[in-house]
Design a protein around this ligand. Structure first.
Ligand code: AR6
Length: 170
């Protein structure tokens, strides 16, 4: 079965095959969802991240989830929003596409995404939600009959509404 859903709450509590981390290029942790994931996964996550030599904006790398209920963490680095003048939209699209490439390579069936770039990196939530939902729909179309469940996690009512509006409008 394929599904795309919107869920409210803390991504670190989800028992899915993979959760996505909105990381920074060092992959060595930070605030926001990145901090929450590292706290919940424990120190072995940081140890594995140190071996990855960072990650470019728009790219993604995978690690184990350690003490998380999720088996895997896919770390991606979203763009910092600079008014839409620095290819932010194509970089954010690339984040989702690279995550979906890893989903295929690693045989992941269920994946949960936070709203990448919409916190510290200030990407407008409505635009980011449109990118997220349309990339997921494209992936589900391309992926044929495979079993894939994609969850978008909103951390507050504004992000839930942004996903709902985007899903309605696409
Ligand atoms: N579960 C789900 N969503 C969350 C959680 C959580 N536990 N915590 C925050 N969010 P941000 P960015 C939402 O700032 O904008 C870090 O320091 C939050 O409400 O975490 O990509 C990194 O190291 C927002 O909608 O990520 C980088 O330096 C969304 O997650 C930088 O922040 C993303 O907010 C990355 O900034």
């Amino acid at each position: 079965m394929k599904s795309l859903s919107i869920s409210w709450g803390d991504i670190t509590s989800l028992k899915v095959d993979a959760i996505v981390n909105a990381a920074n290029p060092t992959l060595l942790g930070g605030g926001g969802v990145d901090g929450a994931i590292h706290r919940a996964a424990g120190p072995k996550l940081l140890e594995e991240c140190r071996s990855l030599n960072g990650c470019a904006v728009g790219e993604a790398k995978i690690t184990r989830g350690y003490e998380l209920p999720a088996t895997w963490v896919i770390h991606t680095v979203g763009p910092v929003w600079v008014g839409g003048t620095r290819s932010e939209e194509s970089l954010l699209q690339s984040c989702y596409r690279r995550c979906f490439d890893l989903v295929v390579e690693t045989n992941i069936n269920s994946i949960a995404f936070p709203a990448i770039s919409t916190g510290a990196y200030r990407y407008p939530l409505d635009r980011a939600a449109t990118v997220a939902i349309s990339e997921a729909q494209e992936f589900l179309k391309r992926n044929g009959s495979g079993d894939k469940n994609i969850v978008f996690v909103g951390f507050n009512s504004t992000s839930i509404e942004a996903y709902q509006t985007a899903a309605w409008e696409i």
